[in-house]
Write a protein that binds this ligand. Sequence first.
Ligand code: ADP
Ligand code: ASP
Ligand code: MG
Length: 438
Amino acid sequence: MKVLKFGGTSVGTPQRMKDVVKLITDGEPKIVVLSAMSGTTNALIEISDYLYKKNPEGANEHINRLERKYKQHVAQLYHTQEYKEKTLAFIKQEFDFLRSFTKGIFTMFEEKIIVGQGEIISTNMVTNYLQEQGYNATLIPALDFMRTDKNSEPDLEYIREKLGELLKANEGYEIYITQGFICRNAYGEIDNLQRGGSDYTASLIGAAIGASEVQIWTDIDGMHNNDPRFVDNTSPVGQLHFEEAAELAYFGAKILHPTCVQPAKYAGIPVKLLNTMDPTAPGTVISNETEFGKIKAVAAKDNITAIKIISSRMLLAYGFLRKVFEIFESYKTSIDMVCTSEVGVSVTIDNTTNLNAILDELKKFGTVEVDSDMCIICVVGDLDWQNVGFETLATDAMRNIPVRMISYGGSNHNISFLVSGSDKKAALQALSDTLFKQ
Ligand code: ADP
Ligand code: ASP
Ligand code: MG
């Protein structure tokens, strides 16, 4: 069985939903993971923000505005009175539910419930449409099988068992629709897999059922060799190794959720990135294959903070790095890049929640300097050190950009440069011009 995931833009209008239905009704059995219609999760976050700020009128205004939009969608999507009425009743129930949060206390538990409603609505709308059109489709609620453990990591054993039970209990359908993004935590409370997490849902389901393929359908024809939002003339990459795709996703290629590749990689399931607007485009295949000696793509990760710790005590001392890393560990702050010299170490982090506490501790070991608003530019491909010339090519491309750190050799797939956020666009363009010129 295949798993197909459609993102927010792919289900963003009634017409797009109809296009998705054309793509999934080829007679093959499949699980279809849907995101919320584009803009909805942002709107739900905005509503939550009003509720946090104890402004129920502001929240109600936004809830009513969103409800009006959905009523129009219903009018445009369905052909029969029966399904118009059925779905309108569902929409009313959903928005009454949202309005119920304007009374009473509001905490992060309520927020998690609210931000997940976009996926609940889109999956109901598409399932109803499929059924109206006479297709053999059913909805399996993600909250009945998608779950994280006490470390907030997906509980693959639980997912495998519960999803297996659900599929067995609903045997005989051609299309199983489910929600991306939402899950329950180890205590059974409603939670989510972070923004963009529907990709992760799809690959977790793929791994749980041993799918033959996971397809991520989006609004672009696969992974491009640079970020198309910042660079002109990018082009799609036909094939990526799992490791290359994971590095690109982690370092900012928004087309994939950072952790989406892992479950598919461990289960050895190929992932295809495909374009809903151009379904016959080849897209990108992510698999275990390596294209030897090839630079594939460049990505950028924003909002990075660099911390340099200089200490004469590091000179010829062992245990210094361990002490530094333990401080980050104790504040559950992961480190992305590391560069060391004889007297100091520079690291980068993207989570600054505990930055002040970390800096206080680090100051016990040496002098500390902080650079914020930095950006990691990451060049990805088969960059094994035995293949000569890649590092020179990449560093040469960066010759006019001030570079704060360089990291190479941590894996066979990545050279990273740390630059100021204001130089991001210039750095991405310079790398494209040098690495991918025709
Ligand atoms: P979806 O809503 O389908 O999940 P996303 O907006 O999350 O879609 O991801 C698709 C977007 O990712 C594209 O429209 C594009 O702007 C952006 N993107 C960033 N980097 C890349 C890249 N290297 N290749 C392709 N798309 C990229
Ligand atoms: N709807 C969620 C978001 O906007 C999840 C997703 O689209 O993948 O982040
Ligand atoms: Mg996405």
